[in-house]
Design a protein around this ligand. Structure first.
Ligand code: 2YC
Length: 276
């Protein structure tokens, strides 16, 4: 799992309006619509339910990422929720959140980034939420995914969640991971859930035979210009971006990529209690 840097997140709070406008240009949907769709909730949920949200800085492990909790809180507020950053950190922040009546908590250490609904016990993991959130965006970019061939790079938490979400949309899914055993394990897990996916073993062959890509791996610059055509669609939750700079010039409104927004937005809708 890639650890974000201050540079990845520092601008998020001041650029959410233009980010959302770009999202509408690429997918035809707003951040709220994509996240609600991914979480199987109505986009209007945000306006009816007003749970208090607390974002808690965590100092453990490699510690605080400057701008991280500020970005998480700004994304949640942008969606119409009331999110505050606790003054205290770690256990103190947790206690402060519970004492100020927060129903939903967001916190991240070096291994997990979670949203917790204290009332219902629902937990949303950023990896899972990011995978399905990006597939929701790709669904709108491609006007549906039924019977479409999609290649997923990376059999980690994000790629696994994306593969499952793609199968649920009726896509034909192939998986490529630099670690073949990871691809095989994912294939077995999905088979146990009744979904068959294809394990790719040759990166170039896989790239040459797919136009719809999910880059859910931490490798950079492996998607080259020659792999990109006007039919190419790329959903890229992976950091750093797998598309080579020269390839970016060939993509217009065909690339979905952000460091945090879609994952956080899907997490809040994931743990939101459905209105009666
Ligand atoms: O500022 C803080 O509270 C830090 N403890 C946050 C650490 C986040 C570490 N995780 C990441 O950088 C990303 C997540 C956003 C999802 C995967 N990696």
């Amino acid at each position: 799992m890639t650890r974000l840097k201050q540079n990845d997140v520092i601008m998020i709070p001041t650029a959410l309006e233009e980010y959302n406008a770009e999202l509408v240009r690429i997918t035809g949907c707003s951040l709220r619509e994509i996240a609600a769709h991914a979480a199987g909730k109505g986009a209007s949920e945000a306006s009816t339910l007003k749970p208090r949200v607390a974002v808690i800085p965590m100092t453990c492990g490699q510690g605080i990422i400057e701008g991280f909790v500020e970005s998480v809180a700004s994304i949640i507020c942008f969606l119409g929720f009331d999110a505050v950053i606790t003054k205290s950190r770690d256990a103190g922040g947790l206690a402060e959140a519970v004492q100020n009546g927060s129903e939903i908590l967001f916190m991240a250490d070096d291994d997990r980034f979670v949203a917790i609904n204290l009332r219902t016990g629902k937990v949303s993991d950023n990896g899972d939420a990011t995978g399905k959130g990006y597939v929701s965006g790709l669904f709108h970019m491609c006007d549906g995914l039924e019977s479409k061939n999609v290649l997923v790079f990376g059999a980690g938490p994000v790629g696994s969640s994306a593969a499952l979400a793609l199968k649920r949309f009726g896509a034909e899914v192939s998986i490529y991971d630099i670690d073949l055993s990871a691809s095989r394990l994912l294939s077995k897990k999905l088979m146990n859930q009744g979904y068959a996916i294809k394990v790719e073993t040759d990166l170039n062959e896989a790239l040459g035979s797919h136009n719809i890509l999910v880059d859910a791996c931490p490798s950079a610059d492996f998607i080259m210009p020659q792999h990109i055509s006007e039919d190419t669609m790329i959903a890229a939750p992976g950091i750093p971006l797998g598309v080579q700079a020269a390839g970016l010039a060939k993509l217009s409104n065909q690339l979905l990529h952000d460091p945090l927004q879609i994952g956080v937005a899907t997490m809040i809708f994931d743990v939101l209690e459905c209105s009666p």
